[in-house]
Structures are given as C-alpha cells and as structure tokens.
Design a protein around this ligand. Structure first.
Ligand SMILES: *Cc1c(COP(=O)(O)O)cnc(C)c1O
Length: 851
C-alpha cells in the first residue's frame, strides 16, 4: 500500500482500584506465583494467550471496558486482594531466614551473579535452555532466601528464536524483535533522571552500554543493552541474538557482559563481596576487575590474587570441546590495546586462557585461574570436571584438586503444579513450602490416599493433553493437514479420558541427548506401543540450535517415525518448546524419559521438575539421576561405559530401554486396572516425590552455594580488604617465590621405617625436607594413610608433621609421633605442599612433592 505508515498504540487507563496490577506486572514474582498469572488470565484469557502471558504487554492492550467491569466486580477484586496480600507478605517478610554455614553472610555482603542467559518466564525471552532456566531459578531462590543478591546478563533484542515444525519435521526458526516496553524491565536512571550508561573498550572504539533492571522479588537483575544511537551499526547489534552471530559477535557479547557488567556495577556504586561466574561466557569480568586494581596501583599478580579470592566459577560443560574458546589472533586483536591497563602484555593475558598447550584462549581456563571456588553441577560432573581441568593443578590428583560440585536443583514454586497445593496442605501440614528441604516433611506424601494422588495426576495429564491438542491442531492446520488425519493423530491424546500411559521427552535437541535412541529397533518399539489394551503415547518437543544440523536431523527422524502408520497418534512431535510448554509437560506426563550419552549430561533439571510433580523418571544414570535413583523411585538405564564403539553402546542402552518399558513401565502402569488406578504405580510415584523433592530443589542448592562458597568468600574478602589488600600483595609475592623454589624441594626419610608395631605403640616419623630457601612454615609435610588396594586412597586419613629443627645444608626436620588407631595392614606415603594462611583451598597452587 502506498503512503507512509504510522503506528498508534492506544493504552487503557488503569482504574485506580486496579492500580496495583501494574506493580504486579513489573515484578518477576509473577513468574513463580501462579495465582498472580491466573488473575491476569481471568481478566481476558484470549488476550493473555495472545501476549504470550506477559502481564506488562497485557495491561497495555486490554480493553478499557473490561478493566472498568473488573474494577466493579467484587469477585475479581477479592481475588486481586488475595494476590496482593500474598505479594505484600512476601515483600515484607524481613525475618532473616537462618542461613547455614559457620560464618554467615552479613548485610553488607553482596553476591553478584553473571550469566549469559536467564530464564524466568516466557514473557522475558532471553534464555535458550537449561543453563538459563537454572540461572533464573537461582535468582528466584536467592530472593526467597533474602540473600543480598544481584544478577547481571545481556538484554537481547531478539532473544532465542521461536520454532515451527513442518510436516517433514523440518524446523523453522523465527526471530522477532522484543519490545522492551512489553517486558518487565526498566532503564536504570541516574540521580538527574537520565539513563545510566557505561562504556567498555573494543578495538579502536568504545562501545556504549545502557543498563536496565528487572525486579525478581527481592533480587535485582541488571541487563546490558548496546542498541544505542551512539554506537556504530555493528556495535548496536552485539546483543542482537542469544548465541547468534559468529565468533566476533560472541567475543564482543562476552566482553560486554563480563567487562561492561563490572563497570555497570561500579557506576551504580555496587561493591560485591562475591562474584559468581555461571559458565565461562562471563569470565572476562576477571580482566575488568584486574584492570580496576591495576589502575589504582596494584601489580598484576597481586590483582589476580585479589580478584580470584572472592570469585566463584561454575562449569556446566562435561567435554573439553564444549568449553567456550577463541583463537589467539582474535584475543590479541581485542586486548592488545587495553592489556597495558591490566598490568600485563598480551602474551601474559593469553597465558591466562591457555590449557593443554593449545594456542586457543579458553574461557574455562581463564575462569579457573581467576577464581578460587570452582564447581561442577552433579557428583559425576564434578569428577569429570576435576579430570578435564586437572592441568590447572598439575601435581595434584584430580580426586583431591579444588574442583568441587554442587548438584543442581529446581525452583519448586515455579514448576510444581498448583493442583498439588491443597492436598499437600492437608497431608503434609500447612507451611510445607517452607520445609522443602525437610525429608521428614516429605514422608507425609505417603499419607495421601492413593485414589486422590492418582486423580490429581490424571487431572494434570488432562490439562497437558488439552494444550497438546491445541498445539498439534495449530501445527497440523498450518501444514495443510486434513481433519481426518488430525483425528487419527489425536486419538490417544484425549483430555476427557486421560488413561493412556504418556511418556515425555522434551529438551534441546543436542545430539548427545540422543532423542532418537528410542528408534534403534522399530519392530520392538511397535510391539511395545501397539498393544491396544495397553496403549502408550510418546510426546517429543524441543529446539535445535539453528546451526546444529545433526540436531535438526533428529527432529526429522522423529517426524518420519511418527508418520509411519503403526506409530500414528502414538508419537507426537510438538513445536514451540518454551517454559510454558515445559511446565505443562513435566507436570502432566506419567514418565519422563532422558537418555543422554554418559557422562555428557552435566546435571539435567527437567527430570527433577517431572519428579516433584509425581511423574516417574526413566533415565540413564548420568548427571543428577546418578545421585537420585535409589532402585525404587523410577528406572535407571545403566550406561555402558566401556563399549567398544558408539554403535554398540547405543544398541545395548536402547535394549535396556526397551526391556524396561516392556517389562516394567507398561505393566506397572496398567496393573490392577479394575481398581481404576495402579496402586504399585502410585507407591513408586510417592516414593519418587518423597526422595527427590527434599534434595533436588533450589533452596538446598542455594544453601550449599552459601555454605561452601558465598559465605567463606565474603568472610575472606572482609578480612583481606581490611588491610587494603596488603596480605594479598604478600601472598602474590610469596607464590612467586614458592613457584621458583619448588623444583628444589626434596624429602628424605631420617628415621628407619618399622614395618610392624603392636596396637597402642607409638612410632616416630622423621622427615628432612630440603627447603631450597623457603621457610619451614611455608610447607605442610604430611602422611597420607590408606588401606592397601583402597579404590580412593586420596580421601584417606592425613597426619601433619610438626616442624622440629633446622638441619645442615638448608634442610629442615619435621616429625610426628604416631599411634595407629586401627589394626590391620596400612599403607602410607609422605608428601609436602605449599601452605599459606590466606589460601582459600589447601592445594590451590597445584603443587606437591612426594617422598
Ligand atoms: C528445564 C528446562 C530445560 C532443561 O532441560 P534438561 O532436560 O535438563 O536439559 C530446557 N528448557 C526448558 C524450557 C526447561 O524448562
């Protein structure tokens, strides 16, 4: 059409009585408070869906007449007041929840949490998958616990894509600009009312960053935006898409996030006592902090020491190739102009990111060198990470290097269906939401009558099937399918009779997650699914990264199998996986399937969401499930760790999967159908909730972070900051001296070893150590005891030797009188490692000398 196009949006006037709806719309509290969302939805359900459940967009578009009616409607007002009173109670609850740990946080402490993505709710689309949802949950739980907590991320213009799938299973990725006005965010303003802006350095130019904030209950999320007129066209697009663009975009995004984020906090006067790098993308924050200390006169080595001592780094990637890295040339180009301000040359800077003698700059290596608290996200992943990162502590065994683990959890209010609340109130007692980590409380689940439990499950399944039908219908119509065909597709997905055993598989289509493992043996699968007395419905959903061709091929394969006549209606592939669909699927399916390649699922969280809702997990014993599975709370697929090739591994693991489905899952679900429900199934589902809920929730996870990292790091920070970091300067110098001397440290046994003593007798151990110029108390000399052939000798007993006297030639004698407390054959070794009172981990230098 000819002519200029003008846009005009007409916003309603919110009646005074409903004014506080705007407050609710501007606090992400709604992302975990379902009654708040239900309040908006009931005002206008169709509009609520149309604005993708965004309260802010909703209030801008809703009809004036509808608002007027609501302002006069006593029922609506009553519901609103209930929601507001819960909101006010949450806001006002000042009672400091007692945090665990010997050295609790104090009110001046501040935790700053950096991540490249945050998944709170579908109305703030700046997440792609598990990492983002975990980060969102972390913030929500920090608010619940009233931690002094802020988060920093990027504000993407387009976020991640929305997905449609065509009739051949081909994914189409659609990108639409986010309208920041519709999102629950607001610009951070200076005192004079202008937007807060900071700049950071890119080659030959500054890039300007505008800072936005989102309220997450008590916590604040700051989001960085480069789409500003004062930036070049190129720089305006840096934060265009999450995980979009090329390597240049990626390094620029990470510079904006890490370095720009630090500057933004400084500009706002925020002085964190702990910095948490959640996955390597944000590790450049280390460099910006170093720059800060160096420009105020600190030498580089001391600055690195200071920065590291209150930095926490969490890795989520179990394969070295998955760690974010940049080629050397790129890093040179981006940092050669500014590294002088960091007190080092560009080669010194490159060395911070080097691992395995590769020339690439590895963000994980930088994060590890710039932090003293490191962790993986499950027990298995902690061990894997300790091995992958072993080179950082070359003389220390991976089993005792500083790589720790904290197993992930999920934010229960965000993912637990409200249908459970009343029943939990009745059978667990009011206040169960405040006893999430109390195992005893969750034993109460067994008091829920079986029929009640089953009927809640069926009702959740019906709600899910309702959504599934709508999605399939929409997808089918767009792909020009016929009505008759649609009926065949939906014959088992019937909300009116949700009796079909339903199994869900929804997550990113990354190849290691093996979405198509189920199709290894189609004839066997046909026998399992095709029994019309005991039908089974499989629901698949998920996105593949647009550049991930093998991931997209898996989707086409699912669609191809789903289209075969024998599987029609029994396998569905849904488009548009997001938090909304995820919440419905995890609460509605009977079984949650996960079959990644061991040990590549660092933790996984969707199975936890399913479990807390009473669904049963059928999963490879990897990630969190390796810890949660107890033999009777779901089903475990043992990974074939020593398979000769991937084909053999997949064949064996898929056989286990078929056998479990055929012999356990399907018969258990359909047992005793005459009762109208399966008592054995209910028993297993109850056990699953009782064992998983108290352990795999965010509150437990966050308390562990506080206890292991946040509180000790803050305490340490207060101590080292008190003397203007003089101690840390000395520590840096001391470490230099120790490194130079270490190869000359030699141990020699002075006493004659005895091989047999009587119980109660004492032996005196005497070790002479060549100190090579170090002082006697620069080292710990210790005996490490274990039983012969013990599998994990390192976790054995250790006994420290005392400094005794100087010997000739620079040697020093250390002694220990030892009275063994156990009888039997013992084995011991003697070793020495550097020691300093300002260490955060006893082996942080990665050095060890053995006799
Ligand atoms: C929980 C969740 C994930 C993570 O799923 P995993 O199976 O742990 O990979 C991804 N996307 C969405 C939308 C989720 O809610």
């Amino acid at each position: 059409m000819a002519g200029t196009r003008y846009l005009l949006e007409v916003n309603p006037e919110i009646p005074p009585r409903l004014a506080r709806l705007e407050e609710l719309a501007n606090n992400l509290w709604y992302s975990w408070d379902r009654p708040t969302r239900a309040l908006f939805s009931r005002l206008h359900p169709a509009l609520w869906r149309a604005v993708n459940h965004s309260p802010k967009a909703f209030l801008k578009r809703i009809d004036q007449k509808r608002l007027k009616e609501a302002a006069e409607d006593p029922i609506f007002l009553g519901t609103m007041n209930k929601v507001l009173s819960a909101y006010d109670t949450y806001a006002q609850m000042h009672t400091q929840i007692t945090l665990p740990g010997k050295q609790p946080l104090v009110h001046t402490d501040q935790i700053a949490y950096f991540c490249a993505e945050f998944g709170f709710h579908e109305s703030l689309p700046i997440y792609s998958g598990g990492l983002g949802i975990l980060a969102g949950d972390h913030c929500k739980a920090a608010s619940d616990l009233r931690l002094p907590f802020i988060a920093v991320g990027l504000l993407y213009r387009q976020g991640y894509f929305t997905q449609t799938i065509d009739r051949d299973g081909r994914q189409d990725a659609h990108y639409a600009d986010n309208d920041f006005d519709d999102m629950p965010i607001a610009p951070v303003l200076r005192a004079d009312g202008s937007d807060l802006r900071v700049s950071t350095h890119l080659p030959g130019r500054p890039v300007w960053i505008k800072v936005w904030q989102a309220q997450v209950g008590h916590a604040t999320l700051y989001l960085l935006d480069t789409d500003l007129p004062e930036n070049t066209e190129h720089d305006r697009n840096i934060a265009h898409r999450l995980y979009g663009g090329d390597r240049t975009t990626r390094i620029e995004q990470e510079i904006v996030l890490g370095m720009g984020g630090v500057k933004a906090l400084a500009e706002m006067g925020i002085q964190p006592s702990v910095w948490h790098i959640n996955e390597g993308h944000a590790a450049f924050l280390i460099l910006e902090r170093i720059r800060g200390f160096v420009t105020s006169g600190m030498p580089f080595t001391a600055a690195l020491e200071i920065v590291a001592c209150n930095t926490v780094f969490t890795t989520h990637t179990p394969v070295p190739a998955g760690h974010d890295h940049f080629d050397e040339g790129t890093v040179r180009r981006y940092f050669e102009e500014c590294c002088a301000e960091m007190g080092c040359d560009v080669d010194g800077l490159l060395a911070l990111g080097r691992i395995d003698n590769q020339r690439d700059f590895n963000m994980t290596a930088l994060a590890l060198r710039g932090s003293r608290y490191h962790n993986g996200v499950s027990r298995i992943h902690g061990d894997v990470s300790a091995r992958i990162c072993a080179e950082l502590w070359p003389q220390v065994e991976p089993a005792e290097n500083p790589m720790d683990y904290v197993t992930n959890g999920v934010h229960v209010p965000s993912f637990l269906a409200t249908d459970w609340y009343e029943t939990f109130d009745r059978h667990l007692g009011l206040g169960w939401m405040h006893r999430l980590t109390d195992h005893g409380c969750w034993q109460g689940i067994h008091r829920i009558p079986d029929q009640v439990f089953w009927s809640i499950r069926q009702s959740l399944k019906a709600q899910m099937l309702h959504l599934v039908r709508a999605r399939v219908r929409e997808q089918h119509t767009r792909n020009h399918g016929s009505e008759a065909h649609l009926d065949r597709l939906l014959r088992f997905a019937d909300p009116a009779s949700p009796t079909v055993l339903t199994i869900g598989f929804a997550r990113r289509f990354a190849t290691y997650k093996r979405a198509t493992l189920l199709f290894k043996n189609l004839e066997w699968l046909r026998q399992i699914l095709g029994d019309n007395e005991r039908p089974v419905l499989f629901i698949f959903a998920g996105k593949a990264h647009p550049a991930d061709e093998p991931g997209q091929a898996m989707m086409r394969e699912i669609q191809a199998v789903a289209s075969r006549p024998e599987f029609e209606g029994r396998i569905l592939l849904l488009e548009g996986y997001d938090l909304h669909l995820s919440r419905r699927l995890v609460s509605g399916v009977d079984v949650w399937l996960n079959n990644p390649i061991y040990p590549l699922e660092a933790s996984g969280t969707s199975g936890m969401k399913a479990a807390i809702n009473g669904a049963l997990n059928l999963s490879v014993l990897d990630g969190w499930w390796g810890e949660a599975y107890d033999g009777a709370n779901g089903w475990g697929i043992k990974p074939v760790a020593d398979a000769l090739d991937p084909g053999q591994r997949d064949a064996e693991e898929s056989r286990t999967l078929y056998e479990l489905l055929q012999d356990s899952v399907v018969p258990l679900y359909y047992r005793n159908t005459s009762l109208g429900y399966s008592p054995d199934w209910v028993a297993m589902a109850k056990r699953s909730i009782a064992t998983i809920m108290p352990r795999f929730n965010m509150e437990r996870m966050l308390k562990e972070y506080v206890e292991k990292f946040y509180a000790p790091a803050s305490t340490h920070w207060r101590k080292v900051a008190a003397d203007d970091f003089a101690g840390m300067r000395q520590l840096a110098d001391w470490k230099g001296k120790v490194r130079a001397a270490w190869s000359g440290i030699k141990l020699r046994r002075v006493d004659s070893p005895v091989a047999r003593v009587r119980y109660g007798e004492t032996v005196r151990i005497e070790i002479a150590v060549q100190l090579n110029g170090l002082r006697p108390d620069d080292l710990t000399v210790e005996l490490v005891f274990n039983r012969p052939n013990e599998r994990n000798p390192i976790r054995a007993n250790r006994f420290r030797l005392q400094q005794h006297q100087a010997l000739a030639n620079g040697e020093h004698l250390y002694v220990r009188d030892l009275t063994p407390e156990q009888c039997g054959k013992l084995e011991y070794r003697v070793r020495a490692h550097p020691t300093h009172p300002l260490f955060t981990h006893p082996l942080e230098m990665g050095m060890m000398a053995w006799l």
